[in-house]
Design a protein around this ligand. Structure first.
Ligand SMILES: [Zn+2]
Length: 391
């Protein structure tokens, strides 16, 4: 994959006016549009629009489609679009023992994906592994423009030195690592480092069920419990401490116990280990999360009971989120969302009961449990950084 194209962009992109960025953003999120429609949406004159888009067309970022009749005024027009396939982004999600990688186009469509164990946990070695994955996934077409790395668990930006955020990721044994410059040197393109749940919220905002919504909340369930809030089109910045508290909100005093000694907190019902432990107790043997879901779907009494209890707790958690944030849409994602599908009735019952018995006051959207979505979140924050010029 070529990376020279990205370098060509860096200088040009820095100098672009905000209005030009808004045009690119609008086309990426909402698809090809006529100049008249774009000018109307963005409150620009058609003259300004033509002036702003010409250098972007010349540089190959925007393309003109075939002639169609403009839906606004009926005149023949050539709709504008982004050259999505020509621009590639690398998304990486790092866990304690695996790296998940995707290469996407400018609309975050996955072109290639792979996950593999992390061979050597040192930051340099992980960056070299990222480079090798990129080379193996790229297939030669399109120019790599940027990369995004997401980390979960208790990774955080520990300090800022010379404008560079240092990353602590205890699950990888990392302390105060300058991950971004290391990754940029390895990959040869600009790189963004982001919390994995925040990245997933950005992904849903631009490319998922949150598209077009100014406000929504994201709850993720899996190995951990995550939360992010988009309000007025912006991510509410949460600290590691905020997120840790969310996972341990007590939903039913007297419920199962979590490793921190709470009874009935969100983690004690909804995390993968909680579901596995609880079902294993009833079945009197070790059991995996996927097996619990399969057995529950087949009507096994123990597993169905565990899943229903978890879904009830989830309904209560979603009600709390919606009530406190006032968001009317809650997106559920993460590798553990299957429990919400299997026991959707329990979830709905608990949600309604905790919303003063008002049915359908919250729109709950259950997303894919594909683990690649986490890596795709990395590609999305790279795309957003490219388009908006921020990181
Ligand atoms: Zn707890």
């Amino acid at each position: 994959m070529r990376t020279v194209g990205a370098r060509r962009w860096v200088g040009m992109w820095d100098a672009l006016p905000d209005a030009a960025r808004s045009i690119v953003k609008e086309l990426i999120i909402h698809g090809p549009q006529s100049r008249t429609a774009l000018a109307k949406t963005l409150d620009l004159s058609t003259g300004s629009l033509t002036r702003l888009t010409k250098p972007l067309i010349d540089a190959g970022l925007l393309v003109e489609g075939d002639v169609v009749h403009d839906p606004v005024n009926g005149r023949p027009t050539r709709p504008l679009d982004v050259a999505a396939g020509e621009h590639r982004f690398l998304g990486l999600k790092l866990t304690a023992d695996r790296v998940h990688a995707v290469v996407t186009d400018l609309r975050a469509e996955i072109i290639a994906a792979r996950d593999e164990p992390i061979g050597d946990q040192s930051p340099d070695a992980v960056c070299r592994q990222a480079r090798r994955l990129l080379d193996e996934l790229s297939g030669g077409a399109g120019a790599l423009v940027g990369a995004g790395v997401t980390l979960g668990g208790n990774a955080r930006a520990s300090a800022q030195v010379g404008g560079e955020r240092l990353v602590d990721a205890p699950f990888l044994g990392w302390r105060q690592v300058e991950l971004r410059p290391l990754m940029e040197r390895a990959l040869g393109v600009p790189c963004v480092v982001q919390n994995d749940v925040a990245a997933l919220a950005h992904q849903h905002h631009w490319f998922g069920p949150g598209r077009g919504l100014r406000d929504f909340a994201l709850v993720t369930i899996g190995a951990g419990i995550g939360y992010a809030l988009i309000m007025h089109d912006h991510l509410a910045v949460a600290t590691e401490a905020d997120l840790g508290m969310f996972a341990h909100l007590v939903l039913h005093p007297g419920g199962p116990m979590c490793p921190e000694g709470h009874r009935g907190c969100a983690a004690s019902y909804l995390s993968s280990w909680a579901v596995e432990t609880c079902a294993g107790q009833g079945l009197r043997r070790p059991v995996t999360y996927d097996e619990v879901m399969r057995l529950a779907a087949a009507g096994d009494r123990v597993c169905l009971g565990v899943v229903r209890e978890a879904a009830h707790a989830l309904g209560r958690l979603i009600a709390l989120v919606a009530t406190v944030s006032t968001a009317k849409t809650v997106v559920l994602a993460g590798e553990g969302v299957e429990l919400a599908r299997i026991a959707k009735d329990e979830l709905a019952l608990a949600l309604t009961a905790n919303r003063r018995d008002l049915p359908d006051s919250v729109d709950v959207v259950i997303e894919s449990d594909d683990f690649r979505e986490w890596a795709r979140g990395g590609a999305v924050v790279a795309i957003q950084s490219f388009v908006t010029g921020s990181d």
